[in-house]
Design a protein around this ligand. Structure first.
Ligand code: NAD
Length: 252
C-alpha cells in the first residue's frame, strides 16, 4: 500500500495530546509527539510514536520540531496544534509574562508550525491542520484573558489557513471542547475548590458543568476521535470550521 501519513502532534505528555498520539498510532500513522516535558517520551514510546522535546514558546524550537519530523519520516501531512496552558487571574493583576507565554504557545506556535509544515503539505497536495481551540474560543469566562484571547485568535488563524489552503489540498479546522478530564482541568478543580471553599465534586457540578446540557466531563478519547475524523480523507470538504464538543454549552 501507500506510505502511512505523517502526523506531528504537540502537547503530548498528557491529556488530549496523549490520546491523539495513541489513536493516530492505532490508525497506523507515523507520529512525532512534541512536548517540553520529558514525560512525553514515555507516552510516545508506549504508543509507538517518535518524540521531540521542545519548548514551543521558542520560535526556533517550533521550526526544529517540523524539521525533525521531515528528517525522520520525509514529510508532515497532519499537524495537530494542541499544547496549551492556563493562567487564571483578573486583568488588573494579570502578569504580562504569563500573557506573553500563553500567546506565544497557543497562537504564535500554531502559526509557526503551520508555516514550517506548509511547503511539505503543498508539495503532497494534501494536508490537515487541526487546532485544538476551546469553548473559550467562542465565549469568555472571567479571569482567563490570555487564554480566551489566544483561543479566539486561533479561530481566525484557522479560517485564514483554510482559505489559503483550499486550492492546495490543505484543510484547517478547529475543535472547541468544553471541560475535558485532563491534568489541566484537575488542577483547576483543585484551585477552584480552595478558592470557593467547596469540595471537588461541587466544583465540577456547580462551576464546570453550570452551562452544560450533558452533565459530565469529556474524555480525552472523545476529542481524539474528532481529530481523527478531521485528519481523514473523508473530511476533505470540511475546512475553516469550528467543531464544538462542548456538552451543549454554547447551545444556550
Ligand atoms: P494537559 O495539561 O494535559 O496537556 C498540555 C500539554 O502541553 C502537556 O503535555 C504539556 O507538557 C504541554 N506543554 C505545555 N507548555 C508547553 C510548551 N511551552 N512547549 C511544549 N509543550 C508544552 O492539557 P489538556 O487539557 O490535554 O490540553 C490540551 C489542549 O486542549 C490545550 O490547548 C487546551 O487549551 C485545550 N483544551 C483543553 C480543555 C480541557 O478541559 N482540558 C478544554 C478545551 C480546550
Amino acid at each position: 500500500g501507500s506510505t502511512p501519513r505523517v502526523a506531528l502532534v504537540t502537547g503530548t505528555s498528557s491529556g488530549i495530546g496523549a490520546a491523539v498520539v495513541k489513536h493516530f498510532c492505532e490508525l497506523g500513522y507515523q507520529v512525532l509527539a512534541v512536548d517540553f516535558n520529558s514525560a512525553g517520551k514515555e507516552v510516545a514510546d508506549a504508543a509507538g510514536a517518535a518524540f521531540f522535546q521542545a519548548d514551543l514558546t521558542d520560535p526556533l524550537a517550533c521550526r526544529e520540531a517540523v524539521n525533525d519530523a521531515v528528517r525522520r519520516f520525509g514529510s508532515v501531512d497532519i499537524l495537530v496544534n494542541n499544547a496549551g496552558v492556563q493562567h487564571v487571574s483578573a486583568i488588573e493583576d494579570f502578569p504580562e509574562e504569563k500573557w506573553r507565554q500563553i500567546i506565544d504557545l497557543m497562537l504564535t506556535a500554531p502559526f509557526l508550525l503551520a508555516q514550517a509544515a506548509w511547503p511539505h503539505m503543498r508539495k503532497a497536495e494534501w494536508g490537515r491542520i487541526i487546532n485544538i481551540a476551546s469553548v473559550h474560543a467562542q465565549v469568555a469566562s472571567p479571569g482567563k484573558a490570555a487564554y480566551v484571547s489566544a483561543k479566539h485568535g486561533l479561530i481566525g488563524f484557522t479560517k485564514t489557513a483554510a482559505l489559503e489552503g483550499g486550492t492546495q489540498g490543505i484543510t484547517a479546522n478547529a475543535i472547541c471542547p468544553a471541560y475535558v478530564k485532563t491534568p489541566l482541568v484537575d488542577n483547576q478543580i483543585a484551585d477552584q475548590a480552595k478558592l470557593n471553599n467547596m469540595d471537588e465534586q461541587e466544583v465540577v457540578e456547580k462551576i464546570m458543568l453550570k452551562n452544560a446540557a450533558v452533565k459530565r466531563l469529556i474524555e480525552p478519547q472523545e476529542v481524539a476521535q474528532m481529530v481523527a475524523y478531521l485528519a481523514s480523507d473523508a473530511a476533505g470538504a470540511v475546512t475553516g470550521a469550528s467543531w464544538n464538543i462542548d456538552l451543549g454549552w454554547t447551545a444556550q
